[in-house]
Design a protein around this ligand. Structure first.
Ligand code: SF4
Length: 602
C-alpha cells in the first residue's frame, strides 16, 4: 500500500510547482515534515533536498520537528496586546507548564507566538490545530489547557458554531464573528448572483468588459491603487497562450480582516468577479491565494466552487460561451506577510520561497509560470461584479473624483464597535471615529493602512480616505491616550517588519533592526536628540529596497516622529550630545542565562 506521503505527491501529479500544497497536506497528515519526508519528497519530485528545505524554512507554519499534539498559536499583534494578550499568554504558560515557543515535555501542548491572524475585531485570539479561538481571557486559556490535559478533543475544546452568519454553518463551524457594521454597495446583497456571467457576458466582447471597468475608474483595493481596467488591458494584450487570474486573499497587514468576512459571507460575489476577470483577460485558470490563517474556511469556499461547477459557471464553455473554459483552485499560503506582494505571491504559488521578484517584467507580461497574470485584490474583484450590475455611472457617484466607489474598512482598537465598515472614499477619520463609537476626546492616534501606513495625530483627523490623501488597503487601528505609542505601537510594528522581511535586500534585512534598536534606546531613556534626527535620516536608506515591505518598513518611525516628536523628545537626554546606550548588564544577560553563572557587574 502506498504511504501517505506518496499518495499526497501522486495527488499533485509529482508537480514541483505544487510543493506548497504537498507540504501543507503532509503536515496536516503527519503533524510535521521530517528529514526522512524531505528526502522522500526530493526523490519523488526529482529536486534537491535543499530545494524542499528552502521552501519549508521560509514559512512560519511549517514544522520540521514534531510539535505538540495541540499547538496554540497566540497572536502577538498590537491589537491583541491592547486587548489583554499578555495575561492570556501568562495563563497559557502557567497552566501548560511551558514557555512560548516550546512544547511541554510530554509533547501534549505547544505554545507559539504568531503575527496578526486576521481577528483584530475579536482579540486576543489564537489558532489551535487550525481552529480559531477568539476573545480569549485568562480564565478561558486555563480552561482550554485543563481540557486538553483531561483528554478532550479539539472539537470538545471549542465553543461550537456560535459565530454569526455562515461562521455557524456545518462547513465552517467556527466561533468567529463577522462584525459587519456597515454595508455599502459592495457588501449589500442587492444583486442576483452570477447574473453577469449568465446574461451579460454572452452579449459582450472581453474588450467591451475592459472598457466598462476602465470607465468606472476603479483602482486596486490592495493599497497600491493601480487602475484595474488598465491592468486587465495590459494582460489581455500580452503575448501568451495561457493566462492566469490570481485573487490575492493573503491579507496579512496587522489590523486587516475584511477579506475574511468577504470569503465567509460573499463567496459567490468573489467567484463571479474572478470569472469576469478571466473572461476579460482570456485566462483559463484562476488561483485564489488565501492566507494560511483562514484555512478553516477551505471546505466552505470549496463548496461554492463546486456549486459553480455544477451550474456550468466554472469548467468548459461557461454559460454556453463557446471556448470560455476556466476553473479556480485555492492555494493556501503557510504564513509569510511578504506574500501579499503580487510577485512574491506568485513565487509562493509556484512552490517556492515567497521572495518578491525584480520588476520589470511585471506579472501582466510574465507572471505565474512565466505566463501573463493579473493579480487582483478580493475587494477589487467583488466591486467589478457590482459595477457591471449597476453601471459605471452609478458607481462613480460614490466617492470622490479621484477615488470612485467605496472602501471596505477593517477597524479595531479603542472603539466600541470594531468590525467591517463599507464607506465611500472621502470619509474623513473624524467621521469614522464617530461611526465606530470612539471617545474622540480620548483618542491619541489612528493608524491608517496598517504598520506600513500613517500614524495620525488628532490634528490630522480631518484628512480623508482616498488615493488623493490617505490611500489605504483598509486597516484602521485606534489608540486612546493610555497607549504607549513608542513601546506598544512603534516597537511592535518594527518587530513585525523585522520578522517578516524575506532577507533578500541588505537594506531591509539590516536597517529595520538598527532603527528598532535606536527607538528602543530612546524608549529606555538613553537617547539624545541626534538619535531622533538619525531615525529620520537613516530611514531614507530603506527606499532602495526591492519591494514595498522594505520601502515602507520605517514608516512607523517616520510618521510617529513627524506627528509625535514630543514623545521622543520627552525621553531623550537634553543635556547630553552623545550616549552609546550600551548597558553592560543587558549585554551579558544572554551569557548569564546560558552559563548559569552570575557575577556582580558593579
Ligand atoms: Fe525581501 Fe525586504 Fe527586499 Fe522586499 S524589501 S524583497 S521583503 S528583503
Amino acid at each position: 500500500m502506498a504511504s501517505t506521503i506518496t499518495t499526497i505527491i501522486e495527488k499533485y501529479k509529482k508537480d514541483t510547482t505544487r510543493l506548497m500544497d504537498i507540504l501543507i497536506d503532509i503536515q496536516e497528515q503527519e503533524g510535521y515534515i521530517s528529514k526522512q519526508t524531505i528526502k522522500e519528497i526530493s526523490v519523488a519530485l526529482e529536486i534537491s533536498t535543499v530545494d524542499v528545505q528552502q521552501t519549508i524554512s521560509f514559512y512560519h507554519f511549517f514544522n520540521t520537528k514534531a510539535p505538540g499534539k495541540f499547538n496554540i498559536y497566540l497572536n502577538n499583534s498590537v491589537v491583541a496586546n491592547m486587548m489583554g494578550r499578555k495575561d492570556v499568554a501568562n495563563a497559557f504558560e502557567d497552566a501548560a507548564g511551558c514557555k512560548f515557543d516550546s512544547a511541554t515535555k510530554d509533547g501534549l501542548i505547544g505554545l507559539y507566538n504568531t503575527a496578526c491572524i486576521g481577528m483584530s475585531d475579536q482579540e486576543p485570539s489564537a489558532i489551535i490545530n487550525g481552529k480559531i479561538f477568539t476573545n480569549l481571557t485568562p480564565f478561558r486559556a486555563k480552561e482550554i489547557i485543563n481540557d486538553i490535559k483531561a483528554g478532550k478533543s479539539l472539537k470538545e475544546l471549542q465553543v461550537e458554531g456560535n459565530g454569526d452568519g455562515k461562521n455557524g454553518s456545518e462547513l465552517i463551524n467556527s466561533m468567529v464573528c463577522n462584525n459587519i457594521r456597515k454595508k455599502g454597495p459592495i457588501l449589500a446583497e442587492n444583486y442576483n448572483p452570477y447574473n453577469i456571467i449568465k446574461n451579460i457576458l454572452p452579449q459582450h466582447t472581453p474588450e467591451e468588459v475592459i472598457e466598462q471597468v476602465k470607465a468606472s475608474n476603479i483602482r486596486g483595493r490592495g493599497g497600491a491603487g493601480f487602475p484595474t481596467g488598465l491592468k486587465w488591458e495590459f494582460c489581455r494584450k500580452a503575448k501568451g497562450d495561457i493566462k492566469y487570474i490570481f485573487c490575492n486573499a493573503d491579507e496579512g497587514e496587522p489590523g486587516t480582516f475584511k477579506d475574511r468576512v468577504i470569503l465567509t459571507e460573499r463567496p459567490r460575489l468573489l467567484i463571479e468577479g474572478m470569472i469576469i476577470a478571466a473572461f476579460a483577460i482570456g485566462a483559463s485558470e484562476g488561483v485564489l491565494y488565501v492566507r494560511h490563517e483562514y484555512k478553516y474556511l477551505q471546505k466552505h469556499f470549496e463548496s461554492y466552487l463546486d456549486e459553480a461547477r455544477n451550474k456550468n459557471l466554472l469548467g468548459k464553455n461557461i454559460a454556453d460561451i463557446k471556448g470560455f473554459n476556466f476553473d479556480i483552485r485555492i492555494q493556501f499560503g503557510a504564513g509569510a506577510y511578504v506574500c501579499g506582494e503580487e510577485s512574491a505571491l506568485i513565487e509562493s504559488a509556484e512552490g517556492k520561497r515567497g521572495e518578491p521578484r525584480d520588476r520589470p517584467p511585471f506579472p501582466v507580461e510574465k507572471g505565474y509560470l512565466d505566463k501573463p497574470t493579473v493579480v487582483n485584490n478580493v475587494e477589487t474583484l467583488c466591486s467589478i461584479v457590482k459595477i457591471l450590475t449597476f453601471g459605471t455611472d452609478l458607481y462613480k457617484t460614490y466617492g470622490t473624483s479621484e477615488s470612485s466607489g467605496t472602501k471596505v474598512l477593517s477597524i479595531s482598537g479603542d472603539c466600541k464597535y470594531p468590525g467591517i465598515y463599507e464607506v465611500e472614499w472621502g470619509f474623513n477619520v473624524y467621521n469614522i471615529l464617530e461611526m465606530v463609537g470612539s471617545d474622540i476626546k480620548n483618542i491619541q492616534a489612528v493608524q491608517v493602512g496598517g504598520p506600513s501606513g500613517t500614524l495620525l495625530a488628532p490634528n490630522e483627523f480631518r484628512r480623508i480616505l482616498g488615493y488623493e490623501d490617505l490611500s489605504t488597503g483598509g486597516s484602521l487601528i485606534i489608540f486612546n491616550k493610555e497607549r504607549d505609542i513608542l513601546n506598544d505601537v512603534v516597537l511592535n510594528f518594527m518587530n513585525f517588519f523585522i520578522d517578516e522581511s524575506c532577507g533578500s535586500c541588505s537594506t531591509c534585512r539590516i536597517m529595520p533592526v538598527v532603527l528598532r534598536d535606536k527607538v528602543q534606546k530612546i524608549a529606555n531613556g538613553h537617547g539624545v536628540i541626534k538619535d531622533v534626527d538619525d531615525l529620520l535620516e537613516w530611514s531614507k536608506v530603506l527606499k532602495a529596497s526591492r519591494c514595498g515591505l522594505g520601502q515602507t518598513a520605517a514608516n512607523p518611525i517616520v510618521s510617529s516622529v513627524k506627528n509625535f516628536r514630543y514623545l521622543y523628545e520627552s525621553k531623550v537626554q537634553m543635556d547630553k550630545d552623545y550616549d552609546t546606550g550600551f548597558n553592560i548588564a543587558n549585554a551579558v544577560e544572554d551569557y548569564i542565562q546560558a552559563s548559569g553563572r552570575n557575577a556582580s557587574l558593579n
